[in-house]
Design a protein around this ligand. Structure first.
Ligand code: FES
Ligand code: FE2
Length: 368
């Protein structure tokens, strides 16, 4: 039976603090519906502006199973395309990022200009009535916020700024110079769990004292706040008064450009994490690979003044937290799949961020 969450009853249950039912994480029909409802019509963080600074620079992105290409054209304009060849449908650009003068398919060498117009198709002069103008690349909308590039497959969607709402101001208030950050490391983790389990794990720190001893040593998890907005939520927690550089290999949380941690989840699969200490941001992109497999993409970004030793310490610290979170998410996936968990009850003073996500999910899956 198809999983139904668009009813008033389902919305009422979420308001009361019940979680989504187990089938939402397990039902292949739900996973398929998410492709359109959650991904196709919403802005998604796709990559960093620093990777497309010069004409010809490009990166590729997957919006679920739709390959997308973001490229800086010869006039300096940022453009997005469906990364599929108009000839016989091959994925067009295979590399994750790079620079090129034109966009040439690796199969039969149809070649597009960076502005998406077809430049050449070998043998086309022998093909009667062939018209290059009939085969431009399909455009995809692209917008930016600071150093972040977003794409949207829906040409009629409201602008990115509508979805971001107050977020840019809140990030500015942390003291971080967002436009000055650069990524020093791109790293990917694979988690054997449904993507929503990964998002939900991110959205509460109820588990922090139990499962993240290192994190809880430094961040005051008893002073943790969650604020809900329409398409994002933000968690904030100060650094512990007792936190200091008590080990040589520990990131210095007390040397503040940013004094308080700020962790934002942006619908559907992007998080921006600003830790206390010297200017840093770690980004997460949570990409569903399959119904029970998720890729967590990290970009570790810093302002130039942060030393290599310091950024290495920070990355090691986050890596440890991620390994702990991976184990938690995979254990939830096993439990949900067991058939012995139907749905749970949130602790709303600690897990409000999950309710915010689940209500948003329910509303969007219901097409509202
Ligand atoms: S499929 Fe791309 S050129 Fe043939
Ligand atoms: Fe965690």
């Amino acid at each position: 039976m198809a999983t139904e969450i668009s009813t008033d009853r389902a919305a009422h249950d979420l308001n009361a603090g019940f979680t989504l039912p187990a089938s939402i994480y397990l039902d292949p029909d739900v996973f398929e519906r998410e492709r359109i409802q959650v991904f196709a019509g919403h802005w998604q963080y796709a990559g960093l502006l620093q990777n497309v600074e010069q004409p010809g620079d490009f990166f590729t992105y997957w919006s679920r199973d739709v390959p997308v290409l973001v490229v800086r054209d010869g006039d300096g304009q940022l453009r997005g395309y469906i990364n599929v060849c108009r000839h016989r449908g091959s994925q067009l650009v295979l590399d994750e990022r790079g620079s090129r003068k034109s966009i040439q398919c690796h199969y039969h060498a149809w070649t597009w200009n960076l502005d998406g117009t077809l430049r050449a198709a070998p043998g086309s002069q022998e093909q009667e009535s062939f018209c290059k103008a009939d085969f431009p690349l399909h455009p995809v909308r692209v917008e930016t916020w600071g150093p972040f590039v977003f794409i949207n497959l829906d040409s009629g969607a409201l602008p990115l700024s509508y979805y971001l709402g107050e977020l840019p101001q809140l990030v500015a208030q942390t003291g971080l110079r967002l436009d000055a950050i650069r990524s020093r490391l791109h790293r990917e983790y694979e988690i054997k769990a449904n993507w929503k389990i990964v998002v939900e794990n991110y959205l509460e720190c109820y588990h922090c004292p139990v499962a993240h001893p290192g994190f809880s040593d430094l961040i005051d998890v008893t002073d943790y706040h969650v604020e809900e907005y329409e398409y994002f939520s933000a968690q904030a927690a100060p650094v512990k008064k007792s936190a200091h550089r008590h080990q040589d290999d520990l990131y210095d949380f007390s040397r503040a450009e940013v004094e308080s941690g700020f962790y934002a989840y942006i619908w559907p699969t992007f998080t921006v994490n600003i830790y206390p200490g010297p200017g840093n941001v770690s980004l997460n992109l949570i990409q569903p690979l399959d119904i029970d497999r998720t890729r967590m993409v990290y970009e570790f970004c810093f302002v130039d003044e942060v030393g290599t030793q310091e950024s290495d310490d920070f990355i090691r610290f986050i890596h440890q937290v991620q390994l702990e979170d991976t184990a938690l998410c995979e254990s939830v996936q096993r439990g949900v799949r067991s058939g012995y968990w139907e749905r749970g009850q949130l602790m709303l003073t600690r897990e409000r961020g999950i309710r915010h996500f689940q209500r948003l999910y329910q509303r969007i899956m219901a097409g509202r």
